[in-house]
Design a protein around this ligand. Structure first.
Ligand code: FPP
Length: 247
């Protein structure tokens, strides 16, 4: 694993090793709203604020890759008004990023199938990717209409087609062949995945990439998640003895 030392001041000791790639399953917005007798959309709105804070913080302390799970392939099953409120939050953020973050160093990428989103949202996703492509800072993967099984099925189809077209031989297929056909091609696997809200589930998130990832489950709902919680997750990550199948 590549080692990056922290860049800016935070609550972390300078001796700690920063994970190169952090994944976050931003869970608990609905429960946060319910506890306050608010509509679920209010929970997502509070969650979007925390997403902004934590994204900025990760970039500031020197994290190289951050992947956030914003909308899964299964989230389309939610009531229409909840989906509409999430789409509005995505649109607001992507417009804000284009308008206000011109001098930013963050590279914005989307992982997932963009096809089902509205034309204007797809356009905003493309513009954000294009305008941030040549930056040199943290890569922010926003997982939207993302599902890891769907990603793997797509990779299998791509590989099958390449074999059928004679571009790839079956004997040459190895783990790198699969990794390089995923949305995260060329990126390191996540070292740490954080799931707030206390659920012990992976929920179809980066199944292939998480083969040796350290998991930190936190008993906090995502809208209550703070920079200190991220520091705590990094401290817990540092306390783990990663063996990658060795001894
Ligand atoms: C899961 O919590 C959360 C989501 C399905 C949506 C996550 C989206 C955000 C945090 C907004 C992100 C915004 C941008 C701009 C990327 P849940 O609704 O399943 O919570 P519950 O389990 O408590 O019901």
């Amino acid at each position: 694993m590549a080692v990056f030392r922290k860049k800016k001041s935070s609550g972390l000791s300078s001796e700690l090793v920063l994970p190169e790639h952090i994944g976050i399953i931003m869970d608990g917005n609905g429960r946060w709203a319910k506890k306050r007798l608010l509509p679920r959309s209010a929970g997502h709105s509070a969650g979007a604020k925390v997403f902004r804070t934590i994204t900025r913080y990760c970039s500031d302390i020197g994290i190289k890759y951050l992947t956030v799970y914003a909308f899964s392939t299964e989230n389309w099953r939610r009531p229409k008004d909840e989906i509409d409120s999430l789409m509005k939050l995505f649109k607001d953020y992507l417009e804000e990023a284009l308008r206000d973050f011109k001098d930013d160093s963050i590279v914005v990428r989307f992982i997932g199938d963009k096809a089902p989103f509205s034309d204007d949202l797809r356009q905003l996703m493309l513009e954000n990717e294009e305008s941030s492509r040549d930056r040199d800072g943290m890569v922010l993967n926003i997982a939207m209409n993302y599902g890891s099984r769907d990603e793997l099925v797509r990779a299998v189809k791509t590989i099958s087609q390449e074999v059928r077209d004679g571009k790839l031989s079956v004997d040459d297929i190895d783990e790198a062949t699969v990794s390089s056909r995923l949305y995260t091609a060329g990126q390191p696997d996540p070292d740490l995945i954080i799931r707030p809200s206390g659920e012990y589930r992976i929920s179809n998130f980066m199944l292939w990439q998480a083969a040796y990832t350290e998991f930190v489950i936190m008993n906090k709902l995502w809208p209550d998640f703070t920079k200190d919680d991220l520091d705590e997750a990094i401290r817990l990550f540092n306390s783990r003895n990663r063996r990658f199948g060795g001894v």
